[in-house]
Design a protein around this ligand. Structure first.
Ligand code: ZN
Ligand code: ZN
Length: 640
């Protein structure tokens, strides 16, 4: 039962007890020299067991115990068992346990703890049940150990037993219960339990904050966090990570700054969360600063930390830096390879992504579903339909990975881009899983690109009827009609959207200038430099006019006059960010923007022109990909 999950080296041999002469030679040599010394007391031996740092040391002491006839000593046997478990030798631990006659609560607690500690939760519960059937009464430590292994339902049962045995008000048991309920999603009960804990330790507070963050109540967590008098790095990490995981990267970074001001030293976990926030915001300068923090503080570049850097650099558009870090990661795991492959794919470097994929497979690592998301989207960027299908089948048949919605998304994108619209539609219609709005959006986008209004209408109608239409659906459909100059269609969509009550998600763009991330909503006047920004926008409009550009007002969904429509396009969030970028960076410097939605066709056309007129490279990361605007054209080839 255990052999599958544990180390494959020989288990504690039965001969170890039955035939003492078959001890490993090292043990005999050590023990024989001890023969001439004064025999050690059990207390001294217990201390030695606690201090053992390797299985080898523990085996030597174990051998000595046997020779001295101490192997039946209950405390020593218990300590041995516990130490084997914590050194990952659960097999030795189990053998010792099996040899113990009438194990008491300490033995049971140690074996339960050992299994829970090694993520063998079913076995931990199994020993707990065995303990109860043997008539051994659990104590507080047993409860806090076994609760680590409990899903919510089992946890509730054990909770009632803790009440029965009178341990529910114990701080450790209470904390473990908060953890069980919060992991199981029962935030209310977790909260009640937390409030009942009389001595709230840092651990229980952290458990509760983790609970709030995990279940989306980041603000609740923050309230609790702010009330804490004493905070260790773990609390800071939970809170910073909570913000980063819930798409609130600005707050994550603000808290990180506060943490550093409070002279708390960041560790690997902090930096991974902070790098994720930088990646989300496209905050390259801060990301670079974190990289130098790692170097200056001699923090070892673990695989996880290296991967976080690769991810940050590629999301911030600095692919070369991503690759430099990637090369420095020793013992790369599949997550590290994936982040580099996805990075290349995101930037449209198909060949590099495929080359990396083959290199990874050569190292013997098994690709995962994420690997194939990278590979398939790389194929989509290159428009290689046959290559895409080949990898899609390779994933399913050779690697036995069931395609997820994201893989279908890549395939629909690939087929749609290449104009194989019917094939793409067939694929979506025959999905074994429910297609999500993003997938439909991709298909609608392809219909717009290829001007296939018939199919576009059919899909949109289906989405509206099924209540699946998002604001994006209406925007895409309206753009499609507009591109075909079908004004009745545009008006129809406008009316439909009004009636549906679907709200358009507000566009938001950010740009990092001088280590600070500036965010803009459409029509935003809140920025301190608003006056200059709007003056720059006026100037841009003059340039555009001079280049004969007419705004695509027909894509505006609001029912307003022509002038207002023009105005509403001019103040789209990415324009504000670009204008701010132009006035606040050196001439010739690249302007990098991150946008939460797809870039609209008008902004796309305008940004191309701005790149030509100013001679600046403009990089926009929108919801679907990176756009690199250089000298009037975009790397996406006008397909996004
Ligand atoms: Zn726009
Ligand atoms: Zn583009």
């Amino acid at each position: 039962m255990y052999s599958a999950t544990l180390s494959t080296s020989p288990s504690l041999p039965t001969a170890f007890a039955a035939n003492r002469s078959s001890l490993p030679p090292a043990c005999i040599a050590t023990t024989s020299t001890n023969k001439h010394h004064r025999p050690l007391s059990p207390e001294k031996l217990a201390l030695l067991i606690d201090k053992s740092k390797t299985t080898g040391q523990l085996l030597q002491i174990h051998a000595f115990l046997i020779r001295q006839g101490f192997d039946d000593h209950p405390i020593l046997a218990f300590k041995l068992q516990r130490s084997y478990a914590s050194l990952g030798r659960l097999d030795y631990c189990v053998e010792l346990f099996d040899r113990t006659q009438n194990p008491n609560v300490f033995f049971y607690t140690a074996i339960i703890h050992g299994h829970a500690f090694n993520d063998l939760h079913d076995q931990a519960l199994h020993f707990y049940v065995r303990m109860l059937t043997q008539g051994v009464e659990p104590n507080a430590f047993t409860f806090s150990a076994v609760l680590k292994s409990c899903p919510l339902n089992a946890g509730k049962a054990i909770h009632s037993q803790a009440i029965k045995f009178g341990f529910d008000s114990d701080t450790y048991v209470g904390t473990a219960l908060v953890d069980v309920y919060s992991k199981g999603g029962d935030v209310m009960s977790a909260r009640h339990l937390f409030e009942a804990i009389s001595e709230r330790s840092l651990v229980s507070l952290t458990a509760m904050i983790t609970c709030y963050s995990k279940h989306g109540d980041v603000d609740g967590a923050r309230l609790l966090f702010d009330r804490m008098i004493e905070r260790d790095v773990v609390c800071w990490n939970v809170m910073i990570d909570g913000y980063a995981q819930h798409g609130r990267p600005n707050e994550a970074l603000a808290l990180f700054r506060k943490m550093l001001l409070g002279k708390v030293k960041a560790n690997e976990v902090t930096l991974v969360a902070v790098l994720s926030a930088c990646g989300q915001l496209g905050a390259l300068e801060l990301g670079r600063w974190v990289h130098s923090y790692i170097a200056n503080n001699r923090i070892q570049l673990s695989c996880q930390l290296g991967t976080a850097l690769v991810d940050m650099y590629s999301k911030c558009g600095a692919l070369e830096d991503a690759h430099l870090v990637f090369d420095m990661i020793k013992d790369k795991d599949v997550v590290a390879w994936n982040s580099m492959i996805v990075g290349y794919a995101m930037h449209g470097f198909t060949q590099d992504a495929l080359r990396l994929f083959h290199n990874m497979c050569r190292t013997g690592l098994q690709p995962t579903d994420i690997t194939f998301i990278g590979i398939l989207s790389a194929c989509a960027h290159a428009g290689s339909v046959s290559e895409g299908w080949r990898f899609f089948h390779l994933m399913k048949e050779e690697h036995r990975i069931q395609p997820k919605i994201e893989h279908y998304g890549c395939m629909v994108n690939l087929l749609g881009r290449a104009g194989h619209l019917d094939e793409a539609y067939e694929l979506v219609k025959n999905l074994e899983i429910d297609p999500d709005p993003v997938l439909w959006g991709t298909l609608l986008g392809a219909c717009r690109l290829h001007g296939n209004i018939g199919l576009g209408e059919e899909i949109a109608e289906f989405l509206v009827n099924q209540n699946l239409a998002s604001s994006g659906t209406y925007v895409l459909l309206s753009n499609m009609y507009a591109a075909a100059r079908n004004w009745d269609g545009v008006a129809k969509v406008r009316a439909l959207m009004k009636g549906s009550g679907v709200q358009k998600e507000p566009g938001c763009s950010s740009i990092e200038v001088n280590n600070k991330v500036h965010e803009f909503l459409a029509g935003d006047m809140k920025h301190p430099k608003s006056k200059e920004i709007y003056m720059m926008l006026e100037e841009i409009n003059e340039w555009l006019k001079a280049h004969g550009y007419t705004p695509q007002t027909d894509i505006v969904l609001h029912d307003i006059g022509e002038r207002e429509k023009k105005r509403s396009l001019e103040v789209h969030s990415e324009r504000l960010a670009i204008a701010f970028g132009l006035i606040s960076t050196q001439p010739g410097a690249t302007v990098k923007i991150v946008k939460n939605l797809r870039v609209c066709p008008d902004c796309h056309a305008v940004t191309k022109l701005i790149s030509k007129i100013t001679g600046r490279k403009i990089v926009v990361r929108d919801r679907s990909r990176f756009h690199q605007f250089v000298n009037g054209s975009c790397s996406c080839g006008d397909y996004w």
